[in-house]
Each structure stands twice: as C-alpha cells, then as structure tokens.
Design a protein. Structure first.
Length: 228
C-alpha cells in the first residue's frame, strides 16, 4: 500500500496535466476518442500502475494501467508499435507479464535490483522485454549511461509510433523507499530523452513517496517532455 494520501497528492495531479501540441498521448479511454486533444498525465497508483486518472477538470477513478493504455492506443488509434519505458525504481513486473510474448510492444524497465518485487534481474529478458537492473546507489550518471548504451538504441531499432513512460520518481535521492540517487535534473533529462524517442509520447505518474519533493520532480519531468 502506498504511503501517500490522495489529498496530499492532488497538487501533483494538477501540474501533471499537460498539453503537447502536435504530439498525441494516450492515457484514458476518453482521450482516445479525441487523439489530437490533450496528453493527460497522472495516474497515481494505490498499487503500481493504476487508479486515479486526471482528465481535464474532472477526476475519475479507474483501474487503468499502462498495459491498458498501450493496448488502447493500438486498438483505438491504430498504432502498431508501442514502446514502454519504465524508470520507476521498481521492476514493472505486471507490465512485463502482459507483454512478454507480444512483439508489438517493447517494454523496458530500469530499476533497482535486487529489490522489491525481486523480478527483472539480468537473466529476465525476452525478445521485446529489456530489463536493466541497476545497483543500489545508482544516480544520474548510471541512468543516463543506461539510456545511451541500451535504452535509446533498443527503442530506435524498434521504431515505435508511441512511447509511454512509466514515470515514477521513487529513484530520487530523497525518496524513502529505495536507495537510488537520481536528481531532479536527472529526471528532466531522462524525460527529455524519452520524448525524443518517438513522434508521440505519453506518461503515467507512478511511484514517488516524498511528498515535499514530488511536485518538483513531476514539474521537471514535464519540462523534459516538452510540455511547458
Ligand atoms: Zn515504484
């Protein structure tokens, strides 16, 4: 169970709604029907990859994870190839399970390892699943090196029409859950690089358990995505 109360995270929701003019993002089924409209951010999970979805001026509760967003993008927007880049500090085991035998979705997870939930080790790889376990204490340098050497080449080879970012901020150095050392500037740069990987980008807000720093980290990621 997450430690955050919904009330305390509402400011993060508001700054996590963004618009990227020519880019189409997908987060809610509602937004899929007007794909040129907005990129909606902010699903803050009570468990990884789900729950509250901010849509414009309304909030709705939905069990809507990255996997559903990716699948909906394929079915409703006709996109064939979707890449998911997960920089949340935990391994995206649920997303991996959905897509490990699906060559239309490339799933890449960077995460502290060994660490909860224990999956995503160096031997856990599939044709379109790329796990990048990183040692505790890794920071901007290690994450950016992994992007340059592994993530960006893999996504470039895959040529996705959409990148969905599993944007968790629990790899930040102030986060109480994990032991990574990513900075605010690091998240800005990782997000900038994600946005450069495909003609369309969307992001889902996932982990991040230090409520004082989380809004600033979300803002940095939005800067990186080119939203503001
Ligand atoms: Zn996490």
């Amino acid at each position: 169970m997450r430690r955050l109360l919904i009330g305390s995270i509402l400011p993060a929701f508001f700054i996590a709604i963004w618009e990227i003019s020519s880019r189409t993002g997908v987060l809610t089924l509602e937004s899929l029907s007007r794909p040129s409209d907005i990129v909606l951010a902010a699903i803050v999970g009570l468990s990884d990859g789900s729950i509250l979805v901010a849509t414009g001026q309304t909030f709705e509760t939905a069990l809507l994870g990255l996997a559903i967003a990716a699948r909906a993008a394929q079915q409703h927007l006709g996109l064939k190839r979707v890449a998911i880049v997960d920089y949340d500090v935990h391994h995206g085991n649920g997303t991996e399970a959905v897509f490990e035998n699906d060559d239309s979705v490339l799933f890449i997870s960077l995460h502290q390892w060994p660490f909860y939930p224990g999956t995503g080790g160096p031997d856990d790889q599939h044709e379109t699943t790329l796990n990048i376990p990183l040692a505790a204490g890794s920071g901007d340098e290690e994450y950016l090196r992994a992007f340059e050497e592994t993530v960006e080449p893999a996504v470039a080879r895959f040529e996705p029409e959409l990148v969905i970012v599993s944007a968790g901020f629990d790899a930040h150095y102030d986060d109480p859950l994990a032991e990574m050392r990513v900075s605010e500037n690091g998240f800005r740069e990782l997000s900038r690089r994600c946005a450069a990987m495909a003609p369309r980008v969307a992001a889902v807000l996932e982990g991040g358990y230090e409520i004082e720093t989380l809004p600033g980290l979300v803002q940095a990621a939005l800067d990186g995505f080119g939203a503001y």
